[in-house]
Ligand binder design. Structure first.
Ligand code: C2O
Ligand code: CU
Ligand code: CU
Length: 560
């Protein structure tokens, strides 16, 4: 059968199957919604190694879009879910029933300023709590591990959302169990919307789940039956638990049909420990993308970039103009090879007495099909994450606006400086020489204070994506950066694409000192306790976290 004939048959099949508007892209069928009836050019060559249609947020089900107006009830519970076609497996999920729809890990869409009421019911057989990663809420609503509730218990959230529009996310945060619960499936997206974001979506004619596409990158350790298994060795607690498959939106080896127009991709690294070095190619040509924003919302103007690191917890908001690839093209989203810089890997693996061989070559993630559990893909290995097949667009061409946001650069000239030191001791990573103490206050800052934190990571360690709750910051400077990071600098002071705009998570590579600027202002009365921690989830679960008290007193800020 020739390609065109196959194509027409496929188009007919989808038209017949499409009963409701949202159904057909939610179910991940082969056709993009605005594909014309007859392709004028050659069809893209489809790669059999990427057989699965990317899961997209639709009207309900897994990742279904839930516009949060009134109260919602979220249940964390065991579910059966097929990550691989035809292989339902035991996982965990956030379940929401709302206005007749059933959602799993819903994409919560919230207008800035909305007051959210969410009742959380922990139907797991262990302690849990929901943390809203990136939201500037008060400590009672933050989901700090101190608030973790027992199996069967409930916790009521009630908070206004003061955040700028951006891609945030939510996940469990029970101390020692965060990684396990996220790995087994508990994580969802939380998109805040405001006028500036609305203006961008109007200018580019973007629709969530169609042309404004979240991409949740998560590697998982999958057993021979297609089920995720969380069982880190001692060495993996130290280095991070790496998966043997990298999923995008819980889809293995995904492809997405797109049209030759501008798409927005909101990338979230929801992996436990894996870092991605993201780039798009068409054939052997690297495709430039426009950086729109980071963790905390839109940049003033888009910035051109070729690649970006994305460490656990971080988000990148990018626009990709697929007209530059052209219809008929196949575009690949890569994680390019890099040195993962696990510098004490050999030594600590020996200390742990664990066999934890890091091989440097790419095993394609499939390994030996005869073995029950394929070996993990090494951190830093070159990976093809997703294929985009470009079809002709019939919607009118739109251009990226020159200005995205009117937000101004804050002034940190009067900020005081605080030094934060990362080290390791007896197989655990520490902040300022200490492990997490649930009730102890590691850092105290004064409400309203402006501070510059100089975070130093020793050269013989490993990379740490450092995250703060309750506030966003600016990255001022990277120094001592390894060559593979320095090479990506696109702004002064060594800043890379992942460092621009407002951030809540920043990668600190071995040997680096990174200066970040924070303003601890919010409208909450009384002392608020948040936390600062590594978002390598094995590191966090083993105590690479510190409580941060924001003291609501005048002029008595005191240090560690
Ligand atoms: Cu996403 Cu305390 O973290
Ligand atoms: Cu967080
Ligand atoms: Cu770490």
């Amino acid at each position: 059968m020739n390609t065109r004939r196959k194509w027409l048959l496929a188009a007919g099949a989808v038209a017949a199957g499409a009963t409701g508007g949202l159904l057909w892209h939610r179910r991940g069928e082969e056709l993009a919604p605005d594909r014309p009836a007859e392709p004028p050019g050659p069809a893209p060559v489809r790669d059999p190694a990427f057989p699965n249609a990317l899961r997209l947020p639709g009207a309900d089900g897994m990742y279904g879009i839930l516009d949060v107006g009134g109260p919602i009830a979220i249940v964390a519970r065991p579910i059966q879910h097929a990550l691989y076609p035809g292989k339902p497996a035991a996982m965990l999920g956030f379940e929401v029933q709302h206005q007749g729809n059933n959602y799993l890990n819903p994409l919560l869409r919230v207008r800035r300023g909305t007051t959210v009421r969410a009742d959380f019911w922990n139907a797991l057989d262990e302690t849990s709590i929901i943390h809203w990663h990136g939201l500037k809420v008060d400590a009672n609503n933050d989901g700090h591990p101190h608030y973790a509730i027992k199996a069967g218990a409930t916790h009521a959230y009630h908070y206004p959302v003061p955040n700028r529009a951006a891609t945030y996310w939510y996940h469990p945060h029970a101390h020692g169990r965060t990684a396990a619960q996220i790995h087994q499936g508990l994580a969802g997206l939380y998109l805040v919307d405001d006028d500036e974001d609305q203006a961008l979506r109007t200018a580019l004619d973007l629709t969530t789940g169609v042309t404004d596409v979240p991409l949740v990158l998560q590697d998982k350790r999958i057993d021979g039956n297609g089920a995720p298994v969380y069982a880190p060795t001692e060495a993996e607690w130290m280095h991070g638990y790496l998966g043997n498959d990298v999923l995008v939106n819980l889809t293995s080896r995904p492809h997405l049909d797109v049209t030759a127009r501008i798409y927005r991709f909101r990338l979230l690294n929801a992996s436990m420990a894996r870092v991605y070095r993201l780039a798009f190619t068409s054939g052997d040509r690297s495709l430039e993308f426009a950086l729109l924003g980071g963790d905390g919302g839109l940049l003033p103007q888009p910035r051109a970039a070729q690649e970006a690191y994305l460490s656990p917890g971080e988000r990148l908001d990018v626009a990709l103009d697929l007209r530059s690839a052209g219809s008929g093209a196949t575009v690949t989203l890569h994680s390019l090879e890099f040195d993962p810089m696990h510098h004490d890997a050999a030594r600590s693996a020996r200390e742990a007495g664990a066999a934890h061989a890091h091989t440097r070559h790419h095993d394609e993630g499939t390994a030996n099909p005869a073995s029950a559990q394929p070996a993990p893909i090494p951190d830093g290995a070159a990976l093809e994450l997703m294929k985009l097949y470009v079809y002709p667009a019939r919607d009118p061409a739109r251009e990226l606006p020159a200005t995205l946001s009117a937000s101004e650069d804050p002034d940190f000239s009067d900020a005081s400086v605080r030094r934060i030191r990362i080290d390791h001791h007896r197989m655990a990573w520490r902040i300022n020489g200490r492990l997490f103490d649930m009730r102890g206050i590691g850092l105290t800052v004064r409400r309203g204070a402006k501070e510059i934190w100089e975070i130093a990571n020793p050269a013989d360690g490993m990379p740490h994506p450092m995250h703060i709750h309750g506030f966003h910051f600016r990255v001022l400077e990277r120094s001592g950066s390894p060559e593979q990071v320095r090479r990506l600098a696109l702004a002064e002071h060594g800043l890379t694409a992942s460092d621009l705009g407002w951030k809540d998570t920043v990668m600190i590579w071995p040997g680096e000192t990174v200066r970040i600027a924070l303003e601890f202002s919010h409208s909450y009365l009384g002392d608020q306790v948040y936390m600062f921690h590594c978002h390598n989830l094995q590191h966090a679960d083993r105590g690479m976290m510190v409580n941060v008290r924001v003291a609501n007193v005048n002029g008595t800020g005191y240090g560690l």
